[in-house]
Design a protein around this ligand. Structure first.
Ligand code: TZP
Ligand code: MG
Length: 201
């Protein structure tokens, strides 16, 4: 069941490196680890993906953007945005048991991803964020609410999530919370994630 903290790597914000961060995220019981890497070569990304994959035994391991790397490292799935490979093509390429998460910014994109067989939806950005370039206009809690009414698919809320707004985001219907800068900005990644995990008790 996809419920709990959703961890995304960010080597630019990381204080201790991706391997250490993913170990901490797994120790804190994150339900899903997304490997998001925007600047490494394919070779280096592949090597890191293999390392991170081996750390994640209980948590789902998902590769952002790259269907090829997800397949090659035997990840549990891939996460795709609206400018990445379309979900129907990704489904054709991936084995049936692999997950596909889709980023959505409005109800139309959510309905399409739902009908095309997404395994979970990432509603983004919920609030303003500077962690992702061109994240788009914040959609707020209303979109989470609307998508919750439309589908039983797991929803992860991404963008500007903090300990202060997390309970409202949960109440709006999010099953998972992602908070990149809140967590990676802290010295102790594990204990920061554990604070977010308290919203799932
Ligand atoms: N996708 C949509 S917003 C975002 C991503 C990867 C960045 C979220 O970062 P933060 O620090 O949790 O606002
Ligand atoms: Mg993408």
């Amino acid at each position: 069941m996809l419920k709990g903290f959703y961890f995304i790597t960010d080597s630019k914000l990381s204080k201790h490196g991706n391997v250490s961060d993913v170990l901490s995220a797994c120790e804190a019981g994150s339900v899903l680890i997304q490997y998001r890497e925007k600047s490494l070569s394919t070779r280096d990304m592949m090597n890191e993906a293999i390392k991170l994959r081996s750390i994640c035994s209980r948590a789902c391991f998902i590769v952002n953007d790259r269907v090829d790397i997800a397949l090659a490292c035997d990840a549990d799935g891939v996460h795709l945005g609206q400018d990445d490979m379309d979900i129907k093509t990704a489904r054709k390429i991936l084995p049936k048991n692999k997950m596909i998460g889709i980023t959505v910014h409005n109800i139309g994109e959510a309905e399409y991803a739902h009908s095309a067989g997404a395994d979970y939806l990432a509603v983004s950005p919920v609030y303003n964020t500077i962690t992702k370039n061109n994240a788009g206009r914040p959609c707020g809690l209303a979109l989470i609410n609307d998508i919750r009414k439309m589908t039983h698919l797991p929803i992860v809320a991404i963008g500007g999530i903090t300990l202060e707004n997390a309970s409202g985001v949960r109440r709006a219907g999010a099953d998972m919370l992602c908070a990149i800068s809140s967590v990676l900005g802290s010295e102790d990644v594990k204990s920061e994630i554990l604070k977010f995990q308290s919203f799932f008790n």
